[in-house]
Design a protein around this ligand. Structure first.
Ligand code: BEZ
Length: 233
């Protein structure tokens, strides 16, 4: 039988819709998440060590993401009963880096047909044709894909970086700015490049901006301003 191929979703595309069975019941994605940011992420397999360390870390940060109006949704090509048994083992038996008794409350999708994984380009046969790679899709409250990250099977993700991505995207939307390398709330932000010489000249003379050249101006937004605009009270 011929392999069905799917276009890989791209940044700026609407998140491909699907319905799926999860450890928290059925979900209708991304429709039921309208109004929230979502991180849809895949892991290669249940009962594997890198994935276990990732789930414990992500579950421990769930409240932090929720405060930034961001929900988490996991996926692997394992079945529901494997997911349930693995998450129970994590809670009952695994102690890792000071984390223990960790309950994964966010939904974990079963995708034994690989239908969702294929839709999202999570099956990358050069790495594995039977397991999803470690994919991360950051989806905004309008259901648009805003960031995509892919990691190979052997490389556990940095969850502080995923949190930084969500906050930086939200800050960009709230203040109409861009964020420089390694930006964290409280660091100076980038004012979008001027569209004309006149605007560039005005900017160079504006004492509220620091201009390194006509195309590279930054300004201050305090950590409190960023977090006030973003975090739920
Ligand atoms: C892991 O999570 O440890 C893992 C999963 C699949 C392949 C290699 C490592």
């Amino acid at each position: 039988m011929e392999e069905q191929s799917f276009a890989m979703p791209r940044i700026g595309d609407p998140a491909p819709p699907f319905k799926a069975v999860t450890t928290q019941g059925e979900i209708n994605f991304p429709e039921q998440y309208a109004g929230s940011w979502v991180i849809l992420f895949s892991h290669p397999a249940d009962f594997t060590p890198v994935c276990t360390s990732e789930f414990m870390t992500f579950a421990s940060m769930e409240a932090q993401f929720a405060q930034a109006n961001c929900q988490l949704v996991g996926l692997s090509v394992d079945g529901l009963y494997s997911h349930i048994a693995w998450l129970r083992t994590i809670k009952e038996k695994i102690e890792y880096k000071g984390m223990k008794d960790v309950e994964v409350r966010f939904p974990l999708i079963e995708d034994i047909t690989m239908e969702v994984a294929k839709k999202y380009g999570m099956i990358q046969p050069g790495e594995s044709s039977t397991k999803a790679v470690r994919a991360v899709f950051v989806i905004d409250p309008k259901g648009m894909i805003r960031t995509i990250l892919y990691y190979p099977l052997s490389l556990g993700r940095n969850f502080d970086e995923l949190y930084r991505v969500v906050i930086a995207l939200q800050a960009a939307d709230a203040f109409g700015i861009a964020t420089p390398a390694d930006w964290r709330p409280g660091d100076d932000v980038i004012v979008p490049t001027a569209g004309s010489c006149g605007v560039a000249k005005e900017r160079m003379e504006n004492h509220e901006l620091t201009c390194h050249d006509w195309f590279f101006c930054t300004k201050k937004i305090t950590k409190e301003q960023v977090l006030d605009a973003i975090l739920k009270k």
